[in-house]
Design a protein around this ligand. Sequence first.
Ligand SMILES: NC(=O)c1ccc[n+]([C@@H]2O[C@H](COP(=O)([O-])OP(=O)(O)OC[C@H]3O[C@@H](n4cnc5c(N)ncnc54)[C@H](OP(=O)(O)O)[C@@H]3O)[C@@H](O)[C@H]2O)c1
Length: 206
Amino acid sequence: MSDSSYEGAKKAFENSLQKLGLEYLDLYLLHQPMGDYYGAWRALEELYKGGRIRAIGICNFYPHVLADFCETVEVMPMVNQVELHPFFQQTDALSLMKEYEVQPEAWGPFAEGKHGIFTDPVLTEIGAKYGKSAAQVALRWNVQRGVVVIPKSTHRDRMEQNFDIWNFSLTEDEMKAIAPFDIGHSEIVNHFDPNFVRALHGRFVK
Ligand SMILES: NC(=O)c1ccc[n+]([C@@H]2O[C@H](COP(=O)([O-])OP(=O)(O)OC[C@H]3O[C@@H](n4cnc5c(N)ncnc54)[C@H](OP(=O)(O)O)[C@@H]3O)[C@@H](O)[C@H]2O)c1
């Protein structure tokens, strides 16, 4: 949160670049629409125009915030990284991103393991048809909705599995079978909770 300002973002970028030992970054994202995120975006716009970042984007910009942002800024965000998985599908948010030509990217594409996603019977049955796991079906489902996925694993074999989703396609009926999974809200984080927002600012309220 302390980086969410013009000066803060510039400093954070230089810090990251130095730590990584690189001369430029491919993609740099604002974490959430909190603090002085318009100021932070101006810093990213300058770095982008100066060729120090190839693409700039945002995270966790829900539709009303995204619309305001896209109607205001000079350089449009290229990516919006939001929570997207079968249990939180955000179909309307995807439509708006399409309208503004912002690439959706899924964080938590496995719902961080919630809802028994890795052993879900519907995903498992669909996967069995293609010799794929429930995890691979969940990733493929998002990709077929035009979403970039960034699953995380600490296991090499799972990383390999998560890359191996390009040689099969879900049918329209299989995509439809996953639609009812949606519970319409996050069970991981509540960006709408004032106490969550205050905690990000370092103020903890019981
Ligand atoms: N922008 C944001 O606000 C935001 C918020 C949250 C997360 N993120 C980013 O999103 C990325 C991924 O999200 P995430 O880590 O939150 O959740 P996730 O990818 O939905 O789930 C990660 C969990 O899935 C397990 N897993 C991964 N592949 C598997 C497979 N093929 N089979 C079975 N289990 C598997 C991992 O366990 P093992 O490690 O044991 O394999 C880990 O427990 C991360 O890079 C994270 O930094 C961004």
